[in-house]
Write a protein of this length. Structure first.
Length: 95
């Protein structure tokens, strides 16, 4: 079952929200593998924060389980989009 999940930066309490069809643990591991690949920066804000604060300071957890049809076809990281339409975002404010 797909999930909406969050990754929390434990140093500053900023959070990244994403979606996955994987387990939350597998998705976190995939983020770490992509973070290690300097050529892959699809979630640039998250990976730059991992560079700055250290990858061990990020914790993943599910927010909600959802139906397949509720997932968006793309994840978005633009800070300019309306928060209610975002699936994937590094929040500027503390949670």
């Amino acid at each position: 079952m797909p999930f909406i999940y969050k990754i929390t930066n434990t140093k500053n309490d900023k959070i990244y929200v994403g979606q996955t069809r994987l387990s939350v643990q597998d998705r976190h591991a995939k983020h770490i593998n992509r973070w290690l690949d300097e050529d892959c920066r699809e979630c640039r804000s998250l990976y730059e924060a991992m560079d700055e604060f250290g990858v061990t300071n990020f914790h993943s957890e599910p927010i909600v389980e959802c139906a397949e049809h509720e997932l968006r076809s793309e994840e978005h990281t633009s800070e300019l989009q309306s928060p209610c339409n975002l699936v994937c975002r590094l929040l500027l404010e503390k949670k």
